[in-house]
Design a protein around this ligand. Structure first.
Ligand code: WT7
Length: 645
């Protein structure tokens, strides 16, 4: 875990108390909220739950039978109703719900009343196609309002959505469709990314050649509609909506009914379908959005994450809409056509709360201060960061250059599994330290423990008690759920993150302690990359590791042993990179491939990734005494240095 940026981070001494002007207007101003929540955690969450609509009140706030949590047991509710109808009933139908900008510059907006109508019609379309409560629907779409419409429509009728990021390949899509046994896929004829069209429909066609559960495909027309449509299976979005009425009763769902599945990478070659349910997730998203992003009636909230990731689920769609806020969606890349696209969007829509990732911030820094300085960013009042530790340099740049020195920054720690933010400042209360996610949200019992599960200044981040939005399991694999999250340190939730606490009790996240990598904010498993490599007929063995990268956090380095008779040529290198992109998606394409006659192994045959990391980072080799053959690693090191300089 030695990492130059993090070393610097741990020496960070600067502090930033909330500016008075911010504190005065903040939704949360009293430090006592922490104590009150700690005294009675359940009561803390009940208060938020009571601000939302329940068709039938819950009987028991929490039923905890480790590792199985049920929240708001006996209650009946509906996320779509709470995101839409609740605001209409209160006369807020004319408020803008979604502001959208496409990459080519096209614009649309939907009020709560308009979004409600679209959702009702699409929900009716789903029903008329035979989609029922309990079914799964895969959404493979660009960042267009229809993706939010499809999610809210699934939620309305009680079908679980499984959003697959548009950057995943046809094969990755097929695996996810099959694991979830989806009956329907909703896609588009394409989406814009950096001036090119992502061939979503073509990928769906390829994926469906081996996906027997899928009965139909709905295709949203984002491009010119010139894609092949398969008779009896494929239907245009507009056709599906034809004749559908604009009222559609929301199903009264049990609190613990599945809301969605979202696949994420773990430490094996197979992604896990993380299960989130209705009532608890709703309350967690609502509460954290309200308190951490300090939302007000006049705010324009922009979370720049793709809806294909959990950040987009919780803080582009559900959290802001539950709060009746205006959420902004942008379809494309931050550097299209130029590197000031985000700042132009903030200026144009008067964005007041902006939430993005450190990897993006580091890219902006590299593109130069003149880009944001050329735009009016005075509408901003609060900034957020998520996805990986933010290095103090990036924090300070974000604070000064984007926030004009006046906006607090909420560095929010959470995971696909946690559903919503668990560790974060409260912007009206918390004194910030650049690089620290500061402290757990009220009601969250986070701790740092050692291997024995004892409290420790540095070690593993664990969560001691259940929280409303926590995952309820891994789809179809209860054993793995128990093993991965609840067995490493018995009785507590194991996050997989290393963490330190300072003398003020602040949490400093140190990155993953397992084989999960963050590459430009995308979560990947080294095992998944290795499986993709050995799937190539020329490859005998492969080991993938992360190497520190200035902007992406990690670059992927793969060490590959080829089968005898196969040459380690530059063509082979290119072919293998392409192979991984085809198996998983371009986000997983290795940055470097090194061919090795043999990989360094222990006498029991385990590949020593630690030594491979030393080689890739250009470090002095660590302990090699347990190696079966110590000469392998030395020659590999020389070869790597020759090649990568
Ligand atoms: C992993 C979860 C949470 C939404 C986006 C990522 C890392 C996340 C922070 C932060 C340090 C962070 C952790 C975590 N991470 N936020 N503020 N500081 N690290 O969700 O793809 O499931 O990844 O992201 O390592 O375990 P995800």
């Amino acid at each position: 875990m030695t990492h130059p940026a993090i070393e610097a981070l741990l020496k960070e001494e600067r502090v930033f108390p909330p500016p008075d002007s911010f504190r005065r207007q903040a939704n949360v101003r009293e430090e006592s909220v922490y104590e009150e929540a700690a005294k009675d955690r359940l009561k803390f969450w009940e208060k938020f739950a009571a601000e939302l609509h329940w068709f039938k009140p819950w009987k028991q706030t929490l039923d905890w039978n480790l590792p199985h949590a049920k929240w708001f047991v006996g209650g009946r509710t509906n996320l779509s109703f709470n995101c839409l109808d609740r605001h209409l009933i209160r006369g807020r139908g004319d408020k803008k719900a979604i502001l959208w900008e496409g990459e080519p510059g096209d614009q649309r907006s939907l009020t709560y009343a308009e979004l409600h109508r679209e959702v009702a019609r699409f929900a009716n379309a789903l029903r008329s196609l035979g989609i029922r409560r309990g079914d799964r629907v895969t959404l493979y779409m660009p960042m267009v309002p229809e993706l939010a419409v499809a999610m809210l429509s699934c939620a309305r009728i009680g079908a679980a959505h499984s959003v697959v990021f548009g950057g995943f390949s046809a094969e990755a899509l097929r695996d996810r469709i099959n694991d979830s046994q989806s009956k329907l896929v909703v896609t588009a004829d394409g989406g814009w990314r950096r001036g090119s069209v992502i061939p979503l429909k073509a990928n769906v066609d390829e994926a469906l050649s081996g996906a027997p559960t899928v009965e139909g495909v709905i295709v949203f027309k984002r491009m010119d509609g010139k894609v092949p449509m398969k008779g009896g299976r494929d239907l245009w979005w507009e056709e599906a909506l034809k004749g559908q009425g604009d009222s559609s009763p929301a199903e009264e769902l049990e609190s613990e009914e599945m809301l969605y599945l979202l696949y994420t990478s773990g430490t094996t070659g197979k992604p896990k379908g993380i299960v989130h349910t209705t009532g608890g997730y709703m309350v967690g998203c609502y509460a954290t959005t309200k308190w951490i992003f300090d939302l007000k009636e006049e705010d324009c909230f922009w979370c720049s994450a793709d809806i294909g990731w959990v950040t987009g689920h919780s803080y582009v769609v559900y959290g802001p809409l539950l709060n009746g806020a205006t959420t902004l969606m942008y379809e494309g890349a931050p550097d299209h056509p130029e590197g000031d696209r985000f700042w132009k969007i903030i200026e144009k829509y008067r964005v007041s709360v902006f939430y993005t990732a450190p990897t993006a911030i580091r890219a902006f820094m590299k593109w130069g201060d003149q880009l944001p300085k050329g735009r009016d960013l005075s509408s901003l009042r609060l900034l957020g960061s998520v996805g990986e530790p933010i290095n103090p340099e990036a924090w300070i740049w974000y604070h000064e250059i984007i926030g004009g020195g006046r906006c607090p920054i909420v560095d929010t720690w959470w995971q696909t599994e946690t559903g919503h933010i668990l560790i974060s400042p409260l912007p009206g209360i918390t004194t910030l330290k650049p690089g620290s996610a500061t402290r757990p949200f009220p009601g969250i019992e986070a701790e740092v423990v050692n291997d024995q599960g004892e409290l420790s200044e540095s070690g593993y981040l664990v969560i001691r008690s259940p929280w409303p939005g926590m995952l309820r399991g891994i789809y179809g694999d209860p054993k793995r759920y128990q093993e991965i999250y609840w067995s490493r340190i018995p009785g507590v939730y194991f996050t997989g993150d290393g963490c330190k606490r300072d003398r003020d009790g602040y949490f400093w996240l140190l990155g993953r302690v397992d084989d999960v990598l963050k590459v430009s904010g995308h979560r990947l498993s080294t095992m998944e990359i290795e499986s993709a490599l050995v799937d190539h007929p020329g490859v005998a063995e492969a080991a993938a590791i992360g190497k520190h990268h200035e902007i992406k956090e990690n670059a992927i380095v793969a060490f590959v042993t080829l089968k005898s008779g196969v040459a380690g040529s530059p063509q082979m290198e290119a072919e293998l990179k392409e192979h991984v992109a085809k198996k998983i998606g371009a986000i997983a394409r290795p940055d470097h491939i090194l061919f090795a006659a043999e990989l360094p192994k222990t006498r029991s045959g385990k590949i020593m990734r630690r030594l491979l990391r030393d080689i890739a980072e250009g470090r002095v080799l660590g302990d090699t005494t347990t190696l079966a053959d110590a000469t392998i690693v030395q020659s590999l090191k020389e070869k790597y240095e020759d090649k990568e300089g």
